[in-house]
Ligand binder design. Structure first.
Ligand code: AN7
Length: 359
């Protein structure tokens, strides 16, 4: 008999650390097991002796880390007999909710801010067949509405206030430790609703408690300047940033994120949209890794803090790249407008000239 084991997703892999039983029907798209890619050119470029790894969560089935939480949340919703799930979203949660609902054969309702989600995310959510409810308000307003409506209608909330979301997402920390053989010194990630920083800290803490690793990383949470409640120290009412995924002013996991920061000795910081886009482009052009704008906030932060020495040389750093660059083609193309392709005559001569001009 073959001992070969087909990978069937993170719940199966980490089932002894997740709230499932032998009889639980697992709703999975084989999420997780995402690559840890060590940056090769950027450390050389900045002249610093650091090991930077990116955890490329954009390679999950729907293109973001949300799949980790959604496999768990939808599995539990189905186990509890729920026929419908609901979420507010800046785009990625809605795509993941829609996909896992399709897989489970239940209904998904998603509230999205009108005109403020990236095209790729809208396309996915439409294709997976979710009921899309666009509101003329931002994510925070949508979140408040979802909490109210779930009290009056038979729908399960699958935003990260659902604790099963956090349990699924904590597996990213397990994968990192399993891959590196130890916890990194620093973990850098973008912070929006703050579910993910909560989940990573829970994952590292559980592994440390079980002595799978002996240390936990310093947690560095980075936000967009126009949507930085953790830097301001209070909620923000009109968040604004080109990184629409993290256009959030009233994060739901406020207390958990502060706990992660304090217990780890970490910090929060914020970055202008231009800095976020520059980091996104740098990662694409120097490493061949295309993440969405919000995700690049982790690298923008890491590079700043390595540059200042706040993250010292010799450190092992993991940056989570939360979503795939293909999610937001409009922002990418707009950013490269100076290099827009020009059309030439379809002849050997013209193509040869075009190549020689560039060499
Ligand atoms: C690419 O999809 O909140 O701090 O509704 O899509 O755990 O919220 C997305 C968040 C970072 C922030 N990067 O994570 C949603 C949503 C990307 C994201 C975040 C999001 P949290």
């Amino acid at each position: 008999m073959s001992t070969h084991k087909h990978y069937t997703g993170l719940i199966e892999r980490y089932r002894d650390r997740l709230p499932v039983s032998a009889s639980t029907r697992i709703i999975s798209l084989n999420e997780g097991n995402t690559p840890m890619i060590q940056l090769q050119n950027i450390p050389r470029l900045i002249g610093k002796d650091v090991d930077i790894y990116v955890k490329f969560e954009g390679l999950n089935p729907t293109g973001s880390f949300k799949d980790r939480g959604m496999t768990m949340a939808v599995t539990k919703a189905v186990e509890d007999g729920s026929q419908a799930i609901i979420c507010a979203s800046t785009g990625n949660t809605s795509a993941a909710a829609a996909a896992y609902a399709a897989r489970a054969g239940i209904k998904a309702f998603v509230l999205i801010p009108d005109g403020k989600i990236a095209q790729g995310k809208l396309a996915q959510t439409l294709m997976y067949g979710a009921e899309i409810i666009q509101i003329n308000g931002n994510f925070d307003r949508g979140m408040a509405l979802v909490k109210e409506v779930a009290e009056q209608a038979p729908v399960t909330i699958v935003n990260s206030i659902n604790p099963f979301r956090i349990d699924g997402q904590k597996t990213a920390a397990f994968e990192i430790v399993d891959d590196l053989g130890s916890a990194p010194d620093y973990h850098c990630l973008p912070v929006g609703n703050a579910g993910n920083i909560t989940a990573y800290w829970k994952g590292y803490t559980e592994y440390a408690t079980s002595r799978v690793c002996s240390t936990r990383p310093v947690m560095c949470g980075y936000q967009a300047a126009g949507a930085a409640p953790f830097v301001a120290g209070h909620m923000i009412d009109e968040p604004e940033t080109i990184a629409t995924a993290i256009r959030i002013g009233h994060p739901q996991s406020w207390d958990f994120a502060w706990a992660a920061q304090k217990e780890s000795g970490g910090w929060f910081d914020k970055f202008a949209d231009e800095q976020i886009l520059a980091a996104q482009k740098m990662l694409s052009q120097y490493e061949g890794i295309f993440c969405e704008p919000a995700s690049a906030t982790s690298l923008a932060g890491a590079l700043q803090d390595i540059g200042s020495g706040k993250i010292p040389e010799g450190s092992k750093i993991v940056c989570t790249l939360t979503g795939n660059g293909l999610k937001d083609p409009d922002t990418a193309i707009a950013q490269c407008s100076a290099a827009h392709p020009v059309t030439i005559e379809a002849s050997l001569d013209a193509v040869k000239r075009a190549i020689l001009d560039c060499l």
